[in-house]
Design a protein around this ligand. Structure first.
Ligand SMILES: C[S@@+](CC[C@H](N)C(=O)[O-])C[C@H]1O[C@@H](n2cnc3c(N)ncnc32)[C@H](O)[C@@H]1O
Length: 258
């Protein structure tokens, strides 16, 4: 198999066909550097892209999130919660959503727009909460399509764009950027990406969060590891305005000194 054939196969595969093409290509190139042959790179990139994106929302869950929209439009308010359960990250913080955002918005206000980096289904919650000017970005075509379907059907001022936060141009400037459960994912992929991203974010405030449990729910000392790394990464460059843990999510609201 040639490199070009392997890349085409990867792009067309069930797991990757909905993922942003530039992210698929980047994963393939990086796997090729590491493993040397197109065959091995194909398998490794598939696995990596799954861990980066589709592991958080399966095809079945995406279908369910769409069904929930129909029920929501027919007047079933609980369908919103059911839709948010379809992505692991919104599911994990479901019981604390009001508290987390209440605390963050008390500091940042709600005007001026929100840039939601690697958004998953999170913009749906913001739209339902009446927050406008929300621009989400995600490499998951599944997540972006669902957010945009909900936005259109409900008339909310939210949208999601299919792109890679590491390389895309950010549209506009924002009061608040959300960087929720993202830096840990990016750093596993490539060291140094978290810092680069934080300095490019065009927002006055940034909410940065980390999981304190693995996807399977295990406590493997993540709170201390992420706290230590993050606080030393931003020392002297950003100001920590607030730090708290809710729903097993370590949250920092920071603003830039730059
Ligand atoms: C752990 S989930 C967090 C989702 C959302 N931020 C939340 O907390 O509800 C990680 C998300 O990042 C997306 N993702 C991973 N790498 C990305 C990248 N380089 N650019 C944009 N999105 C990315 C995945 O598709 C997935 O939806």
């Amino acid at each position: 198999m040639t490199e070009a054939e392997a890349l085409d196969r990867l792009k067309a595969s069930k797991n990757c066909k909905d993922i942003c093409a530039s992210a698929v290509e980047k994963a393939f190139r990086s796997a090729l550097n590491k493993y040397g042959t197109p065959e091995k790179a194909l398998d490794a990139a598939k696995e990596r892209l799954h861990a980066l994106s589709n592991a958080f929302m399966s095809e079945g869950e995406a279908k369910k999130a769409r069904k929930c929209l129909k029920a929501y439009l027919e007047g079933d308010a609980s369908a919103l919660t059911e839709a948010l359960k379809c992505h692991a990250s919104t599911r994990e913080r479901l019981d604390a959503l009001e508290e987390i955002y209440g605390r963050v918005f008390a500091l940042t206000g709600t005007d001026g727009g929100v840039l939601d980096l690697a958004c998953g289904l999170n913009p749906i919650y913001l739209g339902a909460r009446g927050i406008g000017g929300v621009c989400g970005i995600d490499i998951s075509g599944r997540a972006c399509a669902i957010v945009n379907e909900w936005a259109k059907a409900c008339g909310w001022d939210i949208s999601a764009k299919l792109d890679d936060v590491n390389s895309c141009a950010f549209p506009g400037t924002y009061r608040l950027a959300l960087c929720m459960k993202l830096l840990s994912v990016l750093e596993t992929d490539e060291k140094g990406t978290a810092e680069k991203l934080l300095f490019r974010v065009p927002a006055e405030f940034i909410l940065v969060t980390f999981p304190t449990r693995s996807l399977s729910g295990r406590d493997v000392g993540m709170e201390k590891t992420y706290s230590d790394r993050f606080e030393s990464l931003i020392e002297g460059k950003f100001v920590i305005l607030d730090r708290f843990i809710m729903a097993r999510e370590l949250c920092y609201t920071i603003s830039g000194k730059r």
